[in-house]
Write a new protein. Sequence first.
Length: 359
Amino acid sequence: MENIVFLCGNGNHPIASKALKTLSELFGQSCKLSHINFNKFPEGELDNRIPKFEEIKGKTVILFQSFNDKDFLELIMETIDLVWALKHQYGAERIIVIFSFMCNRRQDPIMEIDPDNIWKKPKPDEFQRLRMTISLLSHCGVDEIIVPTPHSSAMEKACKEYNIIFHEIDVSPLFAEKITTFVHAQELNLVNIYAPDLGSIPRAVNLAKILGCSVLFNLKNRIIYNKTSIKEEKEENLEEIAESFRKKYNFPKIFYVTPKLVAGKIMALFEDEIASGGTANDTGQMLKKLNSKYNFLFATHPVFTRGWRNQLFYKNPFEKIVITDSIERPYEKRTGGQLVDVSIAPIIASTIFRILRLS
């Protein structure tokens, strides 16, 4: 480990500490964070410093960071500041950044119709801020990034464009373990994974493959008052749409959601994030009205915007709501036991271990 330096930004220090504990066990030797002095000049400009900067030259630097919703602009500047200095001032050979949560993740509008994603509408008037963020990271010196449950494939495409190696962490095994814990063995055959829109189908398929169950997908439809419903589509088109996804994801158990397929079944909704909680609640209420046996909600990123409790827990339609620690959740975002927490730190550690062993 003499050629590796571990550093952590201010985004999510607890997850870095937990990941390094697991990584130490995997390597059989201590993996510790090197210190960064975080500071600002009186004018507010950054004055971050690395006391043992002389240890960086020619080494691989692994930087932990998370762009939480509260301070993400400061955290972006902090990351750019650190990465540029590490690569261009102190001579790091390779920089790998673990973003347990990435900002601008949804800012991925397309300029024109994409033949590989005909369902996504072009929005040329919106800025491509995800692509911009990846571009900045690349130009500052990032070589590889590790991200759990990105919002879409746009992040990987942007990384490829700007020559950053992209590693996606699949948290499906964590959620599959929770399903087999909460659902009686005799009822596992009732489980279906629900994909509320086309963008969620890939992660739904990953979870369904582990459990050996089906994926029921919907075409996103927000009717009056922004409520979620099952979008009506001509029956002759439904099987054609479903078959196209079966071929695309090489998974035969993908079906368009219907009331008949939901009734009496255990529905597991797998989202990349929970923001206001309103859409997730609407989806759960809709599934209950279709007579699902009961529902689970799984989400990687607990963004939790203002007022989220009132929307997410309104007539709570979920048996359990499971989230990860990709974003640090302080006391003011605790719920007294209404959420089940799982840590992605062990999966992050395993991913780092594999990357370094292959180097």
